[in-house]
Design a protein around this ligand. Structure first.
Ligand code: PEP
Ligand code: CO
Length: 459
């Protein structure tokens, strides 16, 4: 292997990185300026996440990763961040209770801007323009000027990421995440829904258990895990110029960390072994996830894992399977079997969103909640039958009451409802009700597996 540097990716082919900035000098200026900006996360935090993910890889914890498909400048608001944070906290409570294992919380947040697109162009009413590629590249408005890549957007995305992280840190350690507050995490608009009622019942049980623990002397004051939480950030490491600028040597270990997020992932469309994205990711110490889908052969997967994690460190690699509900049972078993047999340590996670996107006759991109759930269930069944731990889920979701995915049992979103609150900048997201409903269903599945394992141990 040639020597890795933060810029060694530049000599390799790459996909989905814009090459049509009209003013390259300006881009270089912005990237140079970013190199002097403070890190967004610390190396020690990324190491802590890796240790938590090692627990997931070893079947001792569960990973909940979620957030917007694409963050946007327009939807940037403290209320939206709070709503996302609290719906993830609710889901984590439900999953912790059901699985009886700690839940590692990772947001698709504070940097999830750049998007790979299935087509480089978009056509509307006979007019063709370059596609929207995420707010850190160009604008969503359908006019020529907006669609020109503008390097200044990288600085704005950095600023938004920093402010987002600041608020997330305050939410997770400043008292809001205290387990005594679980009742308060219920979202205003969802206060009457079936999911919220289920959640309230669970809160009662947990509060009773906490009263008991408190009587025994275990309080949020004496036990920091009860008064604060760990919340980590992640995004697709797509724009390598930005990632390079944020990559710094950690003074305690002398190793390279990408300080733009705790965890980065390589998209399904940019995971070619000999391309730029894999090259960049092999040199950083952060935990790295790889989206895997149809077409990936098991021998190539092993090569990818080895390239990114030559020391086979547990917690370094998360494999995010995104096959679609009809295909996961066909393709995943062989990969799980081969990875297990090879002894490579990985976290298995399920993205039930990207393989289940459909277009309605009215032109809306959507995803049926039933198919999302069905993929998660199949994913869990496959991994269980291969004796692997179905370690996590990866959702595109929001704390808002949007109408982007079809179905859900609390307040059913029908095809004719999609247009009422369809706000996403890219793919359709689960709304808070739908996300919580899925958390309950997954918790149930995990609870069943827990019972089954205990039963097996008892005989
Ligand atoms: C995404 O996570 O938004 C995405 C583009 O996913 P994938 O790489 O799996 O298509
Ligand atoms: Co998406």
């Amino acid at each position: 292997m040639t020597k890795w540097t933060p810029s060694s990716w530049r000599s390799l082919p790459s996909k989905h990185i814009p090459d049509d900035y009209p003013d390259i000098k300006k881009l270089v200026e912005v990237e140079t300026a970013l190199k002097g900006h403070p890190p967004l996360v610390f190396a020690g935090e990324a190491r802590r996440l890796k240790a938590r993910l090692a627990d997931v890889a070893n079947g001792k914890a569960f990973l909940l990763q979620g957030g917007d498909c694409a963050e946007s400048f327009k939807e940037f608001h403290p209320d939206n961040l709070r709503d996302m944070f609290r719906v993830m906290m609710q889901m984590a409570v439900v999953l912790t209770y059901g699985a009886g294992k700690p839940v590692v919380k990772v947001g698709r947040i504070a940097g999830q801007f750049g998007k790979p697109r299935s087509s480089p162009i978009e056509e509307r009413n006979g007019i063709t323009l370059p596609s929207y590629r995420g707010d850190n590249i160009n604008g969503m408005e359908f006019d020529e000027k907006s669609r020109i890549p503008n390097p200044k957007r990288l600085l704005k995305a950095y600023g938004q990421s920093a402010a987002t992280l600041n608020l997330l840190r305050a939410f997770s350690t400043g008292g809001y995440a205290n387990l005594r507050n679980i009742h308060k995490w219920t979202l205003g608009f969802a206060s009457q829904s079936e999911q919220t009622n289920r959640y309230k019942v669970l809160c009662e049980k947990i509060s009773e258990a906490m009263d008991f623990m408190e009587a025994c002397g275990v309080t949020p004051e004496s036990t920091p895990q009860m008064s604060a939480t760990d919340y980590y950030t992640s995004h697709e490491g797509l724009l390598l110029g930005y990632e390079e600028a944020m990559t710094r040597i950690d003074s305690t270990t002398g190793r390279w960390y990408d300080t733009s997020a705790h965890m980065l992932w390589i998209g399904n469309r940019t995971r070619q072994l000999d391309h730029a994205h894999v090259e960049f990711m092999r040199g950083i110490e952060n935990p790295v996830a790889i989206k895997i889908g149809e077409g990936l052969e098991s021998d190539e997967l092993i090569k990818l894992i080895d390239r990114l994690n030559p020391e086979n460190e547990a917690g370094k690699i998360t494999l995010i399977a995104r096959y679609g509900h009809t295909k996961v049972k066909k393709y995943l078993p062989e990969l799980a079997r081969v990875v297990k047999k090879s002894g490579r340590h990985v976290v298995w996670s399920c993205d039930p969103m990207h393989g289940n996107t459909i277009k309605t006759t009215t032109g809306y991109k959507t995803r049926p909640v039933d198919n999302i759930l069905s993929e998660v269930k199949s994913f869990m069944q496959v991994l269980h039958s291969e004796n692997c731990w179905p370690g996590g889920v990866h959702f595109e979701m929001t704390g808002q009451n949007v109408t982007e995915c079809l179905g859900g049992s609390a307040r059913v979103v029908r095809e004719e409802d999609l247009s009422s609150r369809y706000h996403t900048h890219c793919d359709p997201r689960l709304n808070a009700d739908q996300a919580l409903e899925l958390a309950f269903l997954i918790a149930e599945e995990l609870g069943n597996y827990k019972k089954e394992t205990l039963r097996k141990l008892a005989v």
